[in-house]
Design a protein around this ligand. Structure first.
Ligand code: ATP
Ligand code: MG
Length: 955
């Protein structure tokens, strides 16, 4: 049966026979039409002949000469225009035989992006790519932000040739659309090709980002209350994750920004009448993402779709009429907030265009802010939780420190853990308990479990692509065999897990999983491994008892083959060569080869198919007829097999939720192992009292030769809850306060922390204001940005929050700056009552310790001063040297009077001349202030900033 097997689309290095055949048809259009039998039927069909024939041989719908209709377009062009009319915003790749073609503007854009040749053909510019490279090019276009439509032939050549419409154009339909978040399916994720990618064979393939969320936003204005509510739904069509959220946001869209940063979408769906502020925010995110190398795609949809009534209609329709096991009952929908419904409606419409709407059927996982610790957008950015601020990459971020996962799904979960630390003490303790057991247990069970997680394919995406019924046979085989193997191996470990593990979290995760995975085996055993791996759908099932249609088709094919073999006897008789057998040339089967010297014996009604100098090849009319039937039957078998395959995938989809749960369990286990790895490698301890705390990232980056100086921290909600930290520039102030925040986050993720001891209360949020940056794009200057952020913190922080303010008020004149910093800090101490770390270079603020002695403490970063010898009176021309400072990086009680900025100026290699003048100026100013202080004292003036600062600096 070797000739029945479909040619592999990749054919290691060589072209498959069918491709050769089609190529032949293409380069030799002058070969007499209709002389030979229909080409070998196979998937996709050799349509180039037919279409080419239509265009070139003058067969056209309107019978105008040269295949050009009255409108001036060729039939193929007309067909393209019709499809394009319905999908104006997509670049269409149109299947034409063995290649995909682009037309018109699409062709020009594609040619530019793909770096391929584009030329004028009839009415349109056109360019083309070979079929087997479709995924490479679609991915590349999609990564550039395009929506790409793949238009496929929906007829196959042999069956078409036997029908009434044999002289018309091949019918074509849009088979799939792709954008950044919707790259699901075998066209764009052919597993066998991605293996090549890993082996470095295709280095031009754009690989999947780890996450590809599609985010949809709706805005609802409450006019009387002047309040904006934002609804948000984020879907990851490739993994089936759905997040819903609804929140009130201010004009800065700070809340929205935080969520967008966390979700990190690749595509955003918004109403066409989105508010200016939101639009500006999204635009800034797009700009930043383009800089980081991967632009976010924004799709504007008709605003009417976002209206509550219309969205509700879509939503109820969708959930009423779609049957799916495990889908969300309608009552669940009724409880959704209306802004969320306003997003869900347009999302259903959108995903339906991609045929990916099924993921929306079943969202169980609702993430609400109240579930976890709040990390505001500035906190995520400033503390470099998920990405660094240098190049937007992961290196140097907290995620980078904590992520030692081995699976793609584990990595995705770890990102969620880090961006959304827990708030519930029990869950935190469970995670820590699990990590502790992994670290301390010496049983062999846990290492065996861990070994199972190595080298796994992306099961989460795989299971979901099966659920969408879009996966290839190769992917299915890979995924189901991995699932089944995991099930079996975990099952074998069950007894030791039962007897040896004590962490309730680990036990729960591991004991459940084998049973959840069990169904995978039943699907795997029906498959013919070889066919599945080569993508041959006709031979896919090894046991046909469950597939009567396929069985029947096989019998029919076998009987035609027998007829053809029987016919051989007649041929032998006719040609008087008793040993004659059919030959196969260039993919064409059942040819009768006759030496040219013998052609006189050949009956006149035989059709000559091809010839060489020595031989001619014929087919008898009977043979032509049988071969035609055979091709038709084979095409039919492929169509039937495709149907059964889809059915098969559908059946697997019934277990989608079970499999997803199992994969989720494995992801959690992977994350726990990862945290244990961190604890082991970095000497972390378990347990806001922090003894010998270190900054996790700097500590890791410092390497062997330098040591991070650990510091202690003690903050008490009802006692000393505010630390005012002063000290020299470069003294380690910012590093210290970041360290406190990071340690708290790590603890609430469930991780061990870089400290010898830590007793931490549970924080409901961390708010930070640090660094100078402006947001020109948001229409805010540096100082405006500073105060907007501060104001957000004032409104959001609670008694249970940690607030970190680094040099608030430095963006304006000294007087205003000090005034604002003083007032704000006092407000935090007295009214918000949050745990607060305040870094400042304004000594007057240290006064607050005297005002609130119970709640405020002054600290500074210790240093050694090597003061130059300068008299208080300067004689003109006298040279002044700035002080030399040695940093000790040790948090010490008491305020520091000076910032020794000139020392840093020297470290930064400011020219000597400038340094001297600056040092001189500093000395002069100091003298003036000193002099004024005496005057104020003499006249009993009330305390002024100048006096305060003079006093401080003299301390
Ligand atoms: N505890 C520490 N141990 C070792 N090195 C440290 C420590 N803390 C900070 N450093 C080093 O000092 C550098 C400067 O620290 P940091 O930015 O915290 O100073 P700063 O006091 O905030 O200065 P400025 O006032 O100029 O903002 C860091 O980049 C780090 O390399
Ligand atoms: Mg600093």
């Amino acid at each position: 049966l070797s000739e029945i097997r479909a040619p592999s689309s990749r054919g290691a290095g060589s072209l498959s026979s069918s491709t050769l055949e089609r190529l032949k048809g293409f380069v030799c259009p002058s070969e007499p039409q209709g002389r030979g039998p229909p080409g070998p039927g196979n998937a996709g069909g050799g349509s180039e002949d037919a279409d080419g024939g239509l265009e070139d041989a003058g067969v056209s719908v309107t019978s105008a000469p040269c295949g050009i209709s009255k409108s001036g377009y060729t039939p193929l062009e007309q067909q393209y225009l019709q499809i394009k009319e319905q999908h104006k915003d997509a670049l269409l790749a149109v299947e034409c035989g063995y290649k995909y073609r682009f037309f018109g503007e699409d062709a020009e854009k594609a040619a530019k992006q793909l770096n391929i040749f584009c030329h004028l053909d009839h009415n349109f510019m056109t360019c083309s790519i070979p079929t087997h490279r479709l995924f490479v090019h679609v991915r590349r276009l999609v990564s550039q932000g395009y929506k790409v439509g793949v238009v496929k032939q929906t007829e196959t050549s042999a069956i078409k040739a036997s029908g009434a419409n044999k002289n018309t154009l091949f019918t074509r339909q849009l088979s799939a659309l792709y954008t950044k978040s919707t790259l699901v399916g075998e066209d764009v994720n052919p597993v066998h090709s991605l293996v090549d990618v890993e082996e470095g064979e295709c280095d031009d393939v754009v690989t999947d980002p780890p996450e590809s969320y599609l985010l949809c936003l709706s805005e609802t204005w409450d006019k009387p209350r002047k309040q904006l509510t934002i609804g948000l739904v984020a879907v990851q069509p490739s993994t089936g994750d759905v997040l819903l959220d609804c929140f009130v946001d201010g004009s800065t869209r700070c809340e929205l920004e935080g969520r967008v940063l966390k979700v990190n979408p690749v595509e955003i769906l918004v109403p066409s009448d989105l508010s200016d502020s939101s639009h500006r925010l999204l635009q800034s995110i797009v700009t930043a993402s383009v800089q980081a190398g991967d632009g976010v795609r924004i799709e504007k949809r008709e605003s009417a779709q976002f209206d509550f009534a219309s969205a509700m209609n879509t939503v109820t329709e969708f959930y009423c009429h779609t049957q799916d096991s495990g889908s969300r009952p309608l009552s669940g929908i009724a409880s959704l907030e209306s802004p969320v419904v306003c997003c869900l409606g347009p999302l259903i419409h959108y995903l339906t265009e991609f045929n990916l709407q099924r993921v929306l059927l079943s969202f169980r996982h609702l993430s609400c802010e109240s579930d976890g610790m709040v990390l505001s957008a500035p906190t995520l950015r400033n503390l470099e939780i998920l990405t660094n601020q240098t190049d937007g990459g992961t290196k140097g971020s907290l995620l980078w420190v904590l992520d030692h996962t081995h699976t793609s799904f584990g990595r995705r979960l770890m990102r969620k853990w880090v961006s959304q630390p827990l708030k519930d003490a029990q869950s935190i303790c469970e995670r820590q308990g699990a990590v502790c057991e992994i670290l301390e247990s010496d049983s062999v069970t846990l290492p065996s479990v861990r070994a199972l997680l190595f080298r796994l394919p992306d099961l989460e995406r795989g299971v979901c692509s099966i659920y969408h019924k879009k996966c290839s046979t190769q992917e299915f085989y890979l995924i189901s065999s991995s699932l089944s193997r995991l099930g079996v191996e975990l099952q074998a470990l069950l007894p030791s897990i039962q007897s040896q593990l004590s962490s309730s979290l680990l036990r729960g995760l591991l004991l459940d999983t084998p049973e959840l995975l069990a169904p995978a085996h039943n699907f795997l055993k029906v498959l013919n491994e070889k066919a599945a791996k080569s993508g041959d759908k006709r031979e896919l099932f090894c046991d046909l008892s469950g597939f009567p249609v396929l069985q029947e088709r096989r019998v029919e094919i076998q009987s035609v083959l027998t007829e053809i073999q029987d016919h051989r006897r007649e041929v032998r008789y006719t040609l008087r060569t008793p040993t004659l057998d059919y030959v196969r040339v260039s993919g064409q089967e059942f040819l009768i080869e006759v030496k040219n010297s013998m052609v006189s014996v050949v009956p006149s009604d035989w059709v000559k198919i091809s010839s060489t100098k020595a031989v001619s090849r014929y087919q008898s009319p009977y043979l032509i007829g049988r071969c035609r039937s055979l091709s038709q039957l084979r095409e039919q078998l492929l169509i039937d097999s495709q149907k059964e395959w889809t059915n098969f995938l559908h059946q697997f989809g019934e277990y989608y939720h079970t499999m997803k749960k199992a994969v989720g369990n494995l992801a959690t286990v992977d994350c726990l192992f990862s945290l244990a790895e961190v604890a082991k490698q970095r000497n972390y301890y378990r347990q806001i009292v922090i003894r010998d705390g270190r900054h996790p990232v700097i500590d890791l980056l410092m390497g062997e030769h330098t040591q991070y100086v650990p510091n202690n921290t003690e903050l008490q909600g009802d006692g000393r809850r505010t630390l005012i930290i002063t000290g020299p520039n470069m003294g380690g102030k910012s590093s210290y306060i970041r360290q406190v925040a990071l340690v708290s986050i790590m603890a609430q993720v469930g991780s061990y922390v870089p400290a010898t001891e830590a007793r931490l209360g549970i924080l409901d949020g961390i708010y930070t204001r640090m660094g100078a940056s402006d947001s020109i794009y948001k229409g805010r200057s540096t100082f405006m940005e500073e105060l907007t952020e501060a104001s957000e913190i004032v409104t959001r922080a609670t008694e249970r929050s940690l607030v970190i303010l680094d040099e608030l008020g430095r963006g304006t004149s000294t007087h205003d700056g000090i005034a604002i910093a003083y007032a704000t800090l006092e407000y935090f101490i007295r009214d918000v009552k949050s745990l607060t770390l305040f870094v400042t270079h304004y000594p007057p603020l240290c006064e607050l310790e005297k005002v609130y002695p119970l709640h405020v403490g002054n600290f500074h970063m210790a240093f050694l001063l090597n003061e130059p010898d300068i008299g208080s009176k300067l004689s003109p021309g006298q040279s002044v040297q700035p002080e030399f400072i040695t940093f000790l990086y040790q948090l010490t009680e008491g305020a520091a009077g000076q910032s020794y900025g000139l020392n840093v100026a020297r470290l930064a290699e400011i020219p000597e001349a400038v340094l001297h003048i600056a040092a001189r100026k500093a000395q002069e100013l100091k003298n003036i202030v000193d002099a004024r202080r005496y005057t104020y004292k003499d006249t009993h003036c009330p305390k002024q900033w100048e006096t305060l600062s003079a006093e401080q600096s003299n301390d």
